[in-house]
Design a protein. Structure first.
Length: 264
């Protein structure tokens, strides 16, 4: 009765099922690992944001590449803004998805080194070919606090580093490029300003990174494993249905065979 399992159709169907089972198990574990990575990442971001600020030069220096473990660490620095060499970063959005600029201002420390400070977002208030109107930075010596960030790259951000832009406009924040432009020692990475806040909230301070959402990866993992368990169950159901249909067909053929008169 089960010899049909050796037919070409059923052999192919069985092989497909045998391939799907380990594939779905692996996909489930892949989603589980993504879930675990997201949870760990959120924990690291939360820890960094809750830590007390440390002097920026404790974590970064000229030419330093900010590591993942250093991202979002709260740092502080004392110095003065160099607004003459201020630039804007094109095609940046705020929390309402409005397109504008980020304002990047060199912050000269007491020892002469420069810390790049992203003072926040401003709307695109004029032609893209000219330098926008930027709210003035505080004058004199102040202390700033912010989140340490790594230099931006096209690979990491998906933003192309276009050439030939209007004066004092850039696409990506790069301490190396700014060091070359300024002719000074620039600390690696940059800082997203958190305090002091700007009068009238302009530029708008950049909000904290999302670190409370764990995403759908665990649900996807469970779905893959449920799909996996459904493969052998479905195979058994199909086999039983095939057996049932074959028995029914055999039962229908039996009376016809018995009613046929024997040859004389």
């Amino acid at each position: 009765m089960y010899r049909f399992l050796l037919s070409r159709q059923w052999v192919i169907l069985t092989l497909i099922g045998l391939v799907l089972i380990p594939t779905m198990i692996e996909l489930g574990f892949w989603q589980l690992h993504r879930h675990e990575h997201r949870v760990a990442q959120n924990a690291e971001i939360s820890k960094a944001l809750d830590a007390k600020p440390v002097p920026a030069e404790q974590l970064t220096s000229p030419g330093h590449s900010v590591a993942d473990s250093e991202r979002y660490r709260r740092v502080s620095a004392k110095g003065t803004y160099d607004t003459k060499h201020e630039v804007v970063v094109r095609r940046r959005t705020n929390s309402d998805e409005e397109i504008g600029f980020h304002v990047l201002t060199p912050f000269v420390l007491d020892d002469g080194k420069v810390l790049l400070v992203n003072r926040g977002w401003i709307p695109a208030n004029g032609p893209q070919t000219v330098f926008p109107k930027v709210p003035a930075a505080p004058k004199g010596e102040i202390t700033v606090t912010g989140r340490l960030m790594a230099d931006e790259t096209s690979a990491q951000s998906g933003i192309k580093d276009l050439q030939g832009l209007p004066d004092r406009q850039i696409m990506l924040i790069s301490s190396g490029q700014q060091a070359h432009s300024l002719g000074k020692e620039v600390l690696g990475g940059y800082v997203e300003l958190t305090s002091p806040e700007s009068p009238g909230n302009s530029p708008q301070l950049i909000g904290e990174p999302e670190h409370g959402d764990i995403g759908p990866h665990m649900a996807y993992a469970v779905q893959w494993w449920l799909f996996c368990s459904g493969v052998p169950i479905g195979w058994v159901v199909l086999v039983r249905r095939e057996v049932k249909d074959r028995r029914a067909a055999a039962a229908e053929a039996a009376p016809a065979t018995e009613s046929t008169p024997a040859a004389v």
